[in-house]
Ligand binder design. Structure first.
Ligand code: BES
Ligand code: MN
Ligand code: ZN
Length: 479
């Protein structure tokens, strides 16, 4: 278990395996170090030519301090974003050896102190569930002491980091173990502990109530689909938000089978649902004064004798019919049902989060998520993302592309032409939100880091969108 505390003691005399010192180019002016210590550390550091570039780390022996070693970390421009990134990089560079770490990165506001704590926890994340040797399975540092932070800053950081870590865990989990029914069980288990109401639609109930999209996508698998509703409803709620998440626990493409290379990362196709679940739980933990309902659209997209065919016409929740021309465009099919059901409850706003299109990565790359939808809500998401330093970029929903979704025989077809694939997917979803203020978040590539770790982001599941959605809720709640 990782523990995180604020400390107001002198950082140089705290007993620790590592002391992380923020480095702005001049150790001799570090405000959290006593004078005599500064000079000693500055002298040792000088020989190693440390860099002040954000996240650059330099490791020194523990000269003049109680800690065994010192990690200097560059702070860049020392903005909230750079501080979070730097703390994450420093935490990662501590590796597995230290079990107690003191973080002395100066912050001139509580928000910055919270960002530092958050970055450290996010950077220390490891996923070792499937490692069989004890050595590999060892976690990163277990006790973190953040200098100069308030208890409130620490608590907020802990809530957010837990939501991100749990989202990463689910993304990283083998799809042999994570499938619609097991996902739903996890949701119920945590909901019970947090005062969140949980409700699951079993396959038969999905059929009786007309969830044709979730059923069509899920029926090719022996592990049948589920829809889960999670609700945090405080008495002092000032408004309501619905969140709908794509939870394809594995996306083979179905009968429109993906090539092997494209399938390698498709265990990450449930990240939207994992993010939604953890955001509802984070809202409950933080007791945010706003009602939040999460919808998890869970299915495994497999090819088989019971799978849907390209050409099938399905009927979505609410009655719209769709001609399925490509079974690999399955995300929009499960999301259409989820959105149609979510808006029935008349939330103030609905956000949907999905690893929806490869086109997202073509347009924006591997680290920048897209947000589409109503101008006002889209702007709110971009603003919330900016405040927590998560990369979200506004994208349009050009009306002319809507024509490409016209089907010859049904109300809609599930694919459009090759140009603007992320946008036509957004336009498809728009058909299911009615008049409810709405934004669509496409996190396809940012949800899963296929490259090297950086800052507080590990390889594998990243937890993309969680921090932005939490900030979105806080702002909606007037915080
Ligand atoms: N899950 C994929 C999208 C995806 C691709 C996520 C790469 C992460 C990385 C989605 O279900 C999909 O297969 N989309 C198709 C849509 C196409 C058939 C219209 C795609 O993007 O190729
Ligand atoms: Mn697909
Ligand atoms: Zn998919």
């Amino acid at each position: 278990m990782t523990s995180l505390n604020a400390t107001s003691e002198t950082v140089s005399t705290l007993d620790a395996d590592a002391l992380i010192l923020g480095f702005d180019g001049d150790v001799a002016s570090h405000p959290q170090l006593p004078d005599e210590v500064r000079t000693a550390v500055a002298q040792t550091a000088a020989a190693l030519e440390p860099s002040a570039k954000v996240g650059a780390t330099t490791i020194l022996p523990g000269t003049g301090v109680t800690a065994t070693r010192i990690v200097l970390v560059g702070l860049g421009d020392a903005s909230e974003g750079d501080l979070r990134f730097a703390a994450g990089a420093a935490a990662r560079s501590c590796g597995k050896k230290p079990s107690t770490v003191v973080v002395a990165i100066p912050a001139d506001s509580d928000a910055k102190a919270s960002a530092i704590a958050e970055g450290a926890l996010l950077g220390a994340y490891t996923f070792t569930d499937y490692k069989s040797s004890e050595d590999d399975a060892e976690p990163h540092a277990t006790a973190w002491h953040i200098a100069g932070a308030s208890d409130a800053a620490i608590e907020r950081a802990q809530i957010i980091a837990a939501a991100v870590a749990s989202t990463r865990d689910l993304t990283n989990t083998s799809p042999l173990d994570l499938y619609p029914a097991s996902f739903a069980e996890i949701a119920h288990e945590y909901a019970g502990q947090l005062g969140v109401e949980a409700l699951t639609w079993e396959p038969q109930q999905l059929a009786e109530q007309g969830f044709g999209g979730i059923l069509a996508v899920g029926m090719g698998s022996s592990r049948l689909p589920r829809l889960v509703r999670l609700s945090w409803k405080p008495e002092d709620a000032t408004g309501s938000v619905a969140l709908v998440g794509k939870g394809i626990t594995f996306d083979t493409g179905g009968i429109s089978l993906k090539p092997p290379k494209s399938m390698e990362t498709m265990k990450s196709d449930m990240t939207g649902a994992a993010a939604v679940m953890n955001i509802v739980f984070a809202a409950a933990r933080a007791k945010l004064p706003i009602a939040v309902t999460g919808w998890l659209c869970l299915a495994e997209n497999m090819p088989s004798g019971t799978a849907q065919r390209p050409s099938d016409v399905i009927r979505h929740y609410g009655g719209k019919t769709v001609e399925v021309l490509n079974t690999d465009a399955e995300g929009r099919l499960v999301m259409a049902d989820g959105l149609a059901r979510a808006i029935e409850e008349e939330p103030d706003v609905v956000l949907d989060i999905a690893t929806l299109t490869g086109a997202q990565g073509v347009a924006l790359g591997t680290r920048t998520s897209a947000v589409m939808g109503d101008d006002a809500i889209r702007a709110e998401v971009v603003e919330a993302a900016g405040e927590v330093d998560e990369a979200f970029w506004p994208m349009p929903l050009p009306a002319h592309l809507r024509e490409e979704l016209e089907s010859k025989i049904a109300d809609l077809q599930n694919i459009a032409g090759p140009a603007g694939g992320m946008l036509s997917a957004g336009l498809f979803l728009k058909e299911f939100v009615g008049d409810t203020p709405w934004a669509h978040l496409d996190i396809a590539r940012p949800a899963y880091n296929e490259g090297k770790p950086y800052g507080f982001t590990p390889a594998g599941g990243t937890g993309a969108s969680v921090r932005t959605m939490f900030r979105f809720l806080e702002k909606r709640a007037g915080l």
